[in-house]
Design a protein around this ligand. Structure first.
Ligand SMILES: [Zn+2]
Length: 492
């Protein structure tokens, strides 16, 4: 039986602001869309937190036996300088400043993004569509919204009519904002706008002469509004209604609110059943910002090349650090916090490395079944990774007691403990036992070298040296065994 049938997952839905029982639209299948990066600069550590959490969601859903289609887009056009409706396209601006083609900007930072994800052991999504690859579909969606009476054209640009939509639907259903309040907030900024009402948002923008990224459309040579691509690509690959939509909480408004409005007008149905939003990441207690110097690039953590860090940290330690916090809480990133995580991470990995050396007993002094249930309960409770980690450390404690022979496990319990622990640590959390992988080969090499030297000593009848090598290895917990085939060894 698939694990999802015996594990009732609960998801905190940002739409209802409640934890809800998760039920997928089609049994056994999950459709998940996560808003990807705008590729005009290096991957941001805050975004990495968001994508890392959804990587764990993806991994856990698959662990439960769901077939998951995970779509995470690349925004390579349409994201304007300020998230409101004015300003320059972020990618076009970067291209202009650096005197390169916009697609060079896109290529450079898409490669950087993928490099970071690979370094941090992310699973690739099922589909990674781009905004520029879906211009035709975006134009079709705009036509449909105009036909239905919820968008209008002014001077070659097309805007979504928020007030018209709000007569029939609830614009603000996700963010809790009221259309009237939005009017007060936006009035001053939008003096020059073509819009009928300041709350309206762009579906298509006419490109001015210096704007290089432009496509022909029935209204003008221009480019699509940022919110539109996600409605188009989620509908195209996951259907009019799908299970999970995720992103950072800064995207709740206006981006996700606009997505709901666009999709609902076209399909008539609620597009997303569960909205999930990750909280922010601060750095040394303050907002991370390049301009203030309070800023770290994800790859700098791996090399230690940033004065805000005491040293380099492994990708798995950073992952572990991220998962020690609940995704809905603000997480403060600092060198000290990473050092603390590094200690915990190595304790966990040491325990895992020791598992193979444990000898089973007749009785168990640790309730493995209850522990396993607790691990699943933590993840089933809205992917509560910090609680999961606290349970993983109960297992670490038991393994350390087993090491000192102060605890015992039966063959089947030992097997269950190992399988479950490895599944959560490696498959679900995506951690890597870097020490064991790196060092086991080196240790083998060193022991083989000592075996060779001892053999030479014996051939030269240098018994004192050969005994010394054997005895000192025993003191380190490495036992040599002489046999017909040569000398083998056992690490205790
Ligand atoms: Zn999006």
């Amino acid at each position: 039986m698939e694990l999802y049938k015996e594990n009732q997952l609960k998801v905190y839905n940002s739409l209802s602001k409640k934890k809800e029982n998760f039920k997928s639209i089609t049994e056994g299948y999950v459709g998940m869309y996560v808003c990807g990066p705008t590729v005009y600069s290096n991957a941001h550590l805050g975004n990495v937190r968001t994508f890392m959490f959804f990587d764990v969601v993806y991994r856990y859903l698959m662990h439960l036996g769901y077939k998951v289609r995970y779509v995470r887009n690349i925004t390579d056009a349409g994201h304007l300088e300020n998230d409101a409706e004015e300003g320059e396209d972020k990618i076009a601006k970067k291209a202009r400043l650096e005197q390169i083609e916009p697609m060079e900007v896109v290529q450079r930072y898409t490669l950087d993004f993928h490099d970071v994800l690979k370094n941090y052991n992310f699973l690739p999504p099922s589909i990674e569509p781009t905004a520029t690859g879906h211009i035709v579909e975006q134009i079709e969606m705009i036509k449909e919204i105009i036909e239905k009476g919820f968008a209008y054209e002014v001077n070659g640009s097309v805007y979504f009519d928020v007030l018209e939509y709000n007569k029939k639907e609830n614009y603000g259903i996700l963010s809790g904002r009221k259309v009237e309040d939005l009017l007060n907030n936006t009035r001053n900024l939008d003096g020059q706008s073509d819009k009928k009402n300041p709350q309206d948002f762009a579906l298509w923008k006419r490109a001015d002469e210096r704007h290089i990224m432009r496509w022909p459309s029935p209204w003008s040579d221009g480019f699509p509004g940022w919110h539109l691509e996600c409605s188009v690509m989620s509908t195209k690959y996951l259907g009019e209604s799908f299970d999970i939509h995720g992103g950072g909480m800064d995207l709740k408004f206006p981006h996700h609110e606009c997505e709901i409005a666009q999709s609902k007008i076209c399909s008539g149905v609620t597009p997303v059943n569960y909205w999930m939003h990750t909280n922010m990441l601060s750095l040394n207690g303050q907002r991370m910002a390049k301009s203030s110097g309070n800023f770290i690039l994800p790859n700098e953590i791996l090399t230690g090349e940033n004065s805000l860090l005491p040293k380099a940290f492994s990708a798995s330690v950073v992952r572990f650090f991220n998962m020690q916090a609940n995704y809905r809480s603000i997480l403060d990133f600092s060198g000290e916090a990473l050092e603390a995580s590094e200690k915990g991470h190595s304790k966990l990995m040491e325990a895992l490395s020791f598992l193979d050396k444990i000898v089973s007993s007749e009785i168990s002094t640790f309730d493995v079944q209850k522990w396993k249930k607790d691990c699943y309960s933590a993840m089933n409770d809205d992917f509560n990774t910090p609680i999961l980690i606290s349970h993983l450390f109960e297992a670490v404690k038991t393994i350390n007691l087993l090491k000192e022979q102060k605890a015992s496990l039966t063959v089947s319990d030992l097997k269950e403990l190992k399988t479950t622990l490895e599944a959560f640590v490696f498959d679900v959390l995506g951690l890597i036992n870097e020490n064991s992988q790196d060092n086991s080969g080196k240790i083998n090499g060193v022991v083989e070298l000592l075996i060779k030297l001892r053999k030479e000593a014996r051939e030269n009848k240098n018994w004192a040296l050969s005994d010394q090598i054997r005895d000192e290895l025993i003191a380190l917990g490495i036992q040599l065994k002489d046999g017909k085939e040569g000398t083998t060894y056992l690490i205790n």
